[in-house]
Design a protein around this ligand. Structure first.
Ligand code: SF4
Ligand code: SF4
Ligand code: SF4
Length: 252
């Protein structure tokens, strides 16, 4: 494939899964209409969910899942030492995702309660950037395949990629979706980074912020609107804490 007579680089890519549901990887293999083009644009060096190829010679490592055991730390450090570019793929990898909710519990006690005298190895959930240097984060639970394809195309052509600077509300309005606040539902769209095309409000759910904060979010205005619409501080904070992307923020 050439564009304007220029041959793109075919980046050597490997995909790795850590603690997560593998839904982000599934997004990549699920969209069959573009799967062949996607695989043709890269030189696949490893991807357990989709291929039997195993090769330690890769440039880009896509990391799915959060880190929650010692062996995962060692494995991740090894991958980092091989990769030129390490990408955190999905909200688990970027912020700990839904898994980081366990961090508020006493893990020893929870382990005993669930597994009795056969405890499982577990530790507080970490995002990938808490363990190794991350070059690029692609948030979302799950990721948007169209966005990942666009990012891989940019990498293959050596072009910089930038995320939308506006929040989910902009894409929501572009779809002519009735605002969830008008229906009595809470929505983190005003403070969440766009790029997903607002599927949750379009499907009748408020946004849960799986992509993390938009650029320069106006938290105070958002908290004021949520209060005005009758949502308690606890409800706002529960939603902010769901995927881990808003860890530094809490309504008061
Ligand atoms: S980000 Fe969501 S879809 Fe992706 S691995 Fe984590 S839980 Fe699964
Ligand atoms: S539904 Fe959510 S994302 Fe859509 S306009 Fe309302 S607040 Fe914004
Ligand atoms: S609307 Fe919100 S929760 Fe839904 S995919 Fe987009 S960022 Fe994630």
């Amino acid at each position: 494939m050439e564009y304007l007579g220029i041959k793109p680089n075919k980046p050597k890519v490997a995909v790795f899964d850590f603690s997560g549901c593998e839904g982000c990887e599934l997004q990549l293999v699920n969209k069959e209409d573009t799967l062949i083009d996607f695989l043709s644009a890269i030189d696949l060096r490893g991807w357990r969910e989709a291929s039997s190829v195993i090769n330690d010679d890769y440039d880009i490592a896509l990391i799915e899942g959060s880190i929650t055991r010692d062996d995962e730390i060692k494995r991740l450090e090894k991958i980092r030492s091989h990769a030129k570019v390490l990408v955190a793929l999905g909200s688990c990898a970027c912020f700990g995702g839904v898994n980081q909710m366990k961090n508020v519990f006493d893990l020893k006690k929870a382990n005993q309660e669930v597994y009795g005298d056969k405890p499982k190895e577990t530790a507080k959930v970490k995002a990938v950037k808490d363990v190794v240097k991350v070059d690029l984060e692609i948030p979302g639970c799950p990721i948007s395949k169209a966005e990942v394809e666009s990012i891989i195309r940019h990498l293959a052509w050596g072009m910089p990629f930038s995320y939308p600077v506006y929040p989910v509300c902009v894409e929501c309005k572009q779809r002519f979706t009735t605002c969830m606040f008008e229906k009595g539902l809470m929505c983190l769209g005003p403070i969440t980074m766009a790029g997903c095309n607002a599927p949750c409000p379009a499907g009748g759910l408020g946004c849960w912020g799986c992509r993390g904060p938009a650029k320069d979010p106006n938290y105070e205005s958002f908290f004021a609107i949520a209060r005005e619409r009758g949502f308690s501080t606890a409800e706002v904070n529960e939603r902010l804490n769901f995927f881990g992307g808003f860890q530094e923020v809490n309504a008061k």
